[in-house]
Every structure is written in C-alpha cells, then in structure tokens.
Design a protein around this ligand. Structure first.
Ligand code: 13P
Ligand code: SF4
Length: 309
C-alpha cells in the first residue's frame, strides 16, 4: 500500500476525518475528506460525526475546530504551523484596545488565537465578514481586527468607519502591483480574482474580490469564459490554483507573484506533508487542547458567526 492508501485506511479504522484548507499542498488536498475555506472548515467541524478531526491547516483552524467540538480528538499534523496574521494580535493588546474603546463591539477575523476570540463579540471569515458587519446596527461603533486590509475593504463597501487593527497576512501583503499590471497587459481580457487580505493597491484592479471559496465559485460559474479568453489572474495564495485547475481544466489560471518576484506560498500552510499527516493519524499525536475557561468564552462569538452566516 502506498502512503495515501495507508492514510485512507487509518481514517476508516479510526473514524477520522481529514479536513484541508485550499492553501494546502495539492497532495494533501487530494487525500482529504473535505477541502474548504476557513468558514467551510469551521462549519464542517461543527457537524461532523467523526471521532477524530485531522486539521491540515494552521494552528488557529485546529483550535477553532476543537472549540466547536470539545469532545472530539482534534489533531494537527504540523503543530508549528502558525499564522503571521493571527500573531499580529495578542490577547493582552486587544484587551487594552477594548479598555480604550468601552462603547465599541469587537469583530475579529477567524485568523486569531482562542484567547483573542474569547475577547470578541463576533468572529468573521473572509466569506461572511461583509454579510455579518452589514447586520450590525449602523450606529454601533466597531473595533475590527486583526486584518487591516479586510477591514478597509469592508469599510469601503459599507461606508462604515470601523476602527482597524494594524495587522496583516505577510503572504497577501506582498503581492506586487507592478507585476499585476504587467500580467494585465500580457493577458488583456483576463479577469482578476483577489482575496480581501490583499492591499488596496491590488484590490483596486480586481474584477472579483472574495474568500478562497468565493473566488473558486466565481471561476466555476464563469468557465469556460470566452470573454476573459479563458484566463484568470489570481491574487491569493497559490494553493487554490490546484482546486481551480481541477474544477476548470479549460481555463488558464495565472498566479500574481510577490514583490521582488518572490513566491506567493504560505510557508505555514505548506508544513503539512503526507508523512507528518500519516504519523499524526497513526500515533494520534499533536492533539490540540484549548484551556476550558478560554474555550467557554471563545465559542460564543464563533457560534454567533455560524448563526449570522
Ligand atoms: P479564507 O479561507 O477565508 O479564504 O482565508 C484565507 C486565509 O488566509 C486562511 O488563512
Ligand atoms: Fe495566515 Fe496568511 Fe498563511 Fe493564511 S496565508 S495562514 S492568513 S499567514
């Protein structure tokens, strides 16, 4: 048996489900039971009847699954897989921000630690942030964190003036506007798809702005696309190209490079491999634990998000 077959057999024996984010390595997406964006992973975790959830993603995703499923075993093949965005907002700093703005409610992106979620009124993901903020009373002042690009995008779309935390994702922040403009010249009919974690200098050139799932859905709904010459320029982590290419084989997806020509891969997302996935499942190692008192407060804003999505 090859390693993929062994992983699938272990899943059956242990009643385990493998969940993977779209930014995972192609071979991890292919072996997973479920591939999705941050919102879909949380929704799937909330309803699975598996005994073990193996989260092929970054730490906050496994933590979110554990908060939603405290009685299940949640494992992460690469426990060192952090997130620059989640790291940009410490719970103690958020607590101080709240003290300075006592009349504000806190809306936090799901890319945060459990301790930050515990201080939050409602969690959002890039799939539902706009929809959820629109449901909040217009006169309600809001602290939004930690992604200032997503927050700025929501402010522009809603006309709100949410106070924004000064955080960001290093992968989405480094896309090069110059390279994007060159690609637009090279592929003049191509549609530009961008994730709202990108800077405004990138978003201003986008035809479609949305979460990884929304960008994938757009590509599927618009393929084949003779108007766009069957070409889409994609400004998000390049892992999503695997699923896009599988779903739309007739389309050419062109990834926007980072500034200086660097790569647009999230090194944290790439830490999960077939080998550490196999080891984790076989040994039931790298189990995620969330402090009970933190989990008790963190589940409320996550459930609120699921209700408002
Ligand atoms: P979504 O999964 O909501 O598209 O967010 C992308 C991301 O950066 C996850 O870490
Ligand atoms: Fe975090 Fe950015 Fe990597 Fe997503 S792509 S896990 S936001 S560092």
């Amino acid at each position: 048996m090859n390693i993929v077959e062994q992983i699938r057999q272990l899943c059956q024996e242990k009643n385990a489900i493998i969940m993977a984010h779209y930014y995972q390595r192609p071979e991890i997406q292919d072996v997973a039971d479920f591939v999705g964006d941050s919102l879909a992973l949380a929704q799937q975790a909330a309803k699975t009847d598996a005994d073990i959830i193996v989260m092929c993603g970054v730490h906050f995703m496994a933590e979110t699954a554990k908060i939603l499923c405290p009685d299940k075993k949640v494992l992460i093949p690469a426990p060192e897989a952090g997130c620059s965005l989640a790291d940009s907002c410490k719970a103690t700093d958020l607590a101080a921000w709240k003290v300075a703005h006592p009349d504000h409610m806190v809306v936090s992106y799901v890319n945060t630690s459990a301790a930050v979620k515990a201080l939050t009124d409602v969690v959002v993901t890039s799939s539902n942030a706009l929809k959820i903020v629109k449901q909040l009373p217009e006169d309600q002042p809001i602290l939004f964190g930690p992604d200032q690009n997503l927050g700025g995008y929501i402010n522009r779309m809603t006309g709100r003036k949410m106070d924004l935390w000064n955080g960001g994702c290093h992968v989405h922040a480094r896309f090069s506007e110059e390279a994007l403009l060159q690609l637009k010249e090279q592929y003049p009919n191509a549609k530009v798809l961008a994730h709202p974690e990108c800077k405004q200098s990138i978003l201003q050139h986008a035809d479609v702005i949305g979460s990884t799932q929304a960008l994938l859905n757009y590509a599927i709904a618009n393929s084949p696309s003779p108007i766009a010459n069957n070409q889409f320029i994609v400004a998000t982590e390049s892992g999503i190209l695997h699923e896009m290419q599988k779903a739309c084989p007739e389309v050419e997806f062109i990834a926007v490079p980072a500034e200086g020509g660097g790569c647009n891969e999230c090194e944290y997302m790439r830490m999960c491999t077939l080998q550490n996935l196999y080891d984790c499942l076989q040994n039931e190692s790298n189990e995620i634990h969330v402090d009970e008192s933190i989990a008790k407060d963190a589940i409320r804003p996550i459930q609120r998000m699921l209700e408002m999505s």
